[in-house]
Write a protein that binds this ligand. Structure first.
Ligand code: NDP
Ligand code: HSE
Length: 436
C-alpha cells in the first residue's frame, strides 16, 4: 500500500520531536498503523536555522500554504502554534479534504467549535491529543476509556512550565525568573511565556478537557484564570508548614448549580499523590461515577513526550482513513448534535477552602478583629499561624486556613479585613482543595 504522506507545519521543539520519533520507531509505527507514515514536506520560517532533527528526507519550504495545497499529502500536522497563520492553514487543509493533527491548544480552545464544524462538513478528522498535557493520553482516556461514566470532576496539574517553576522554588529555593528561564531553554514554555505563568495555557487545556468530559461546547471565555506570578517562596514555605504544597491547578467540576471551570494556584494536602508530582510532570485526576477516581501522570511538555502524542494521533488517523466519517470517535467525545448548554458558574459561586496570608501590625486585638469578620460571614477557621516579625519590622505575617465557603463570602470578608487599619497590605488568597 502507498505510504501515508504527511505535511508538517513547524519544525521547532515539537516538530523536530515528531520527525525524530517517527524516524526512530518507524518499523513499530508501521506495524501498528498498517501503513508506512512518511513526512513529505515541512514548512518553517527560517530555512537556514540549524534543526534538532534530520531534514534530508523531505522537502523544506518557507510557505506553509504550499504544504497544505500539495495534492498527494493526506495529513497536515500543525505545530506552528498561535492563532495566525495556524487557523487559516488548518481551515484550508480541512477544505482540501485533508485530515489535520494539531498540538495547538489555543486554537482548539478558542476556535475549536468552528474548526470541528468545518471538519464535520468535509468528512475529515481533527486530532489534538498533544494539545493537552504533552505526552499523557488524557483526551483518549476521557473520550474513549471513560466513555461509560458520568464524569464528576477533573482536577490537576496541566501546565508543565508552572509546575517546573513551583518545584524549583520549593525544592531548590530558586528565584521565579531563573527557573522560568530554565523552562524556556528546555523548550517547555509557550512562545509567549506569560501564557504559562499567567494561566492562559492551562485555561486553554481546561476548556478542552471540560468539553470532552461534560459534553458542553468549548467555552474558553468562561474559565476563571489566575497565574502563579504573585506566589513567593514564603507562601510556599508557609503552606508547607501547614502540611500543604502549592500547585497550579485546572479544575472542572459538576455542581448542582452548574459547572465550575477554574485555573489558579491551589493548596493540596502533602499526603495526596498529586501534591508530589514535580518538575515538568503533569497529573490529572478524573472522577467518574462508575470508575471512581483515576489518575494520569506523565511529561506535560518537551519535544519527545509531545511528539509521542502527535504520532499516536497520526496512527489513529491512518487506522481510521477508510472508516465512515459518521462512525468515527466524535471530536469532543459526544456526538456533535448532542452537546448541552449547562450553566458555567461565575467565580462568586465557587466553593473552596482558603489559605490567607495577611500582613498585620503586631499589637493586641488584631487577630480578634480578623476572626470576628470571618465568623460574622460564617467562615470557619481551620488553622492560624502567626510568624515572627522580620528584623526591624513592626508587622507580622499571619496565615489563616479557612474551611469551605463561597467566593462571594470570601470577597466580602477580604474587603472588610483589608479596610482594618492594622492590616497593612492586600491579603493574598490561595484556594485549597482537599481532593478527598
Ligand atoms: P516552536 O516555537 O519551538 O516551533 C514553532 C515552529 O513553527 C518553528 O519551527 C517556526 O519556524 C515555525 N513557524 C512559526 N511561524 C511560521 C510560519 N508563519 N510559517 C512557517 N513556519 C512557521 O514551538 P513548539 O514546537 O514549542 O510548539 C508548537 C505547538 O505545540 C504550539 O501550539 C504549542 O502550544 C504546542 N505544544 C508545545 C509543547 C512543548 O513542550 N513545546 C507541548 C505541547 C504542545 P522557525 O523555526 O523557522 O522559526
Ligand atoms: N507550555 C506548555 C506547558 C507546553 O508548559 O505545559 C505543553 O502544553
Amino acid at each position: 500500500m502507498r505510504p501515508v504522506k504527511v505535511g508538517l507545519l513547524g519544525l521547532g521543539t515539537v516538530g523536530c520531536g515528531t520527525v525524530n520519533v517517527l524516524a526512530r520507531n518507524a518499523d513499530e509505527i508501521t506495524r501498528r498503523a498498517g501503513r508506512e507514515i512518511q513526512i513529505a514536506m515541512a514548512a518553517t520560517r527560517d530555512l537556514n536555522r540549524p534543526r534538532n532533527c534530520a531534514t534530508a528526507t523531505f522537502e523544506l519550504t518557507q510557505h506553509p500554504e504550499t504544504v497544505v495545497e500539495q495534492p498527494d499529502i493526506d495529513v497536515i500536522v500543525e505545530l506552528i502554534g498561535g492563532e495566525r497563520p495556524a487557523k487559516e492553514l488548518l481551515l484550508r487543509a480541512i477544505a482540501s479534504h485533508k485530515h489535520v493533527i494539531t498540538a495547538n491548544k489555543a486554537l482548539i480552545a478558542e476556535h475549536g467549535n468552528e474548526i470541528f464544524e468545518a471538519a464535520r462538513r468535509h468528512g475529515v478528522m481533527v486530532a489534538f491529543e498533544a494539545a493537552v498535557c504533552g505526552g499523557i493520553s488524557i483526551i483518549k482516556a476521557i473520550r474513549e476509556g471513560l466513555t461509560g461514566n458520568r464524569i464528576e470532576y477533573i482536577a490537576g496539574i496541566i501546565n508543565g512550565t508552572t509546575n517546573y517553576i513551583l518545584t524549583g522554588m520549593q525544592d531548590r529555593g530558586q528565584e521565579f525568573a531563573a527557573v522560568l528561564n530554565e523552562a524556556q531553554k528546555l523548550g517547555y514554555a509557550e512562545a509567549d511565556p506569560t501564557f504559562d505563568v499567567g494561566g492562559v495555557d492551562a485555561a486553554h487545556k481546561l476548556t478542552i478537557l471540560a468539553a470532552i468530559a461534560f459534553g458542553i461546547p468549548l467555552q474558553y471565555d468562561k474559565v476563571y484564570t489566575e497565574g502563579i506570578s504573585d506566589l513567593t517562596r514564603e507562601d510556599i514555605r508557609h503552606a508547607s508548614e501547614l502540611g500543604y504544597r502549592i500547585k497550579h491547578f485546572g479544575i472542572a467540576k459538576r455542581t448542582p448549580r452548574g459547572i465550575e471551570m477554574r485555573v489558579h494556584p491551589t493548596l493540596i494536602p502533602c499526603r495526596r499523590l498529586i501534591a508530589n508530582v514535580d518538575g515538568v510532570m503533569n497529573a490529572i485526576l478524573v472522577y467518574g461515577d462508575a470508575v471512581g477516581p483515576t489518575l494520569y501522570y506523565g511529561a506535560g511538555a518537551g519535544a519527545d513526550p509531545t511528539a509521542s502524542a502527535v504520532v499516536a494521533d497520526l496512527v489513529d488517523v491512518v487506522r481510521a482513513l477508510t472508516t465512515d466519517p459518521e462512525n468515527r470517535v466524535p471530536h469532543l467525545a459526544f456526538q456533535s448534535g448532542a452537546l448541552t448548554d449547562v450553566d458555567i458558574l461565575a467565580p462568586d459561586d465557587f466553593e473552596t477552602a482558603y489559605f490567607l496570608s495577611l500582613t498585620a501590625i503586631d499589637r493586641p486585638g488584631v487577630l480578634a478583629d480578623v476572626t470576628r469578620i470571618l465568623g460574622d460571614l460564617d467562615i470557619s477557621i481551620e488553622a492560624i499561624l502567626q510568624k515572627e516579625p522580620q528584623a526591624g519590622e513592626s508587622v507580622v505575617p499571619v496565615i489563616i486556613l479557612t474551611q469551605k465557603t463561597t467566593e462571594k463570602f470570601m470577597n466580602d470578608a477580604l474587603a472588610k479585613i483589608e479596610s482594618l487599619d492594622s492590616i497593612t497590605r492586600p491579603v493574598k488568597r490561595v484556594r485549597v482543595e482537599d481532593l478527598g
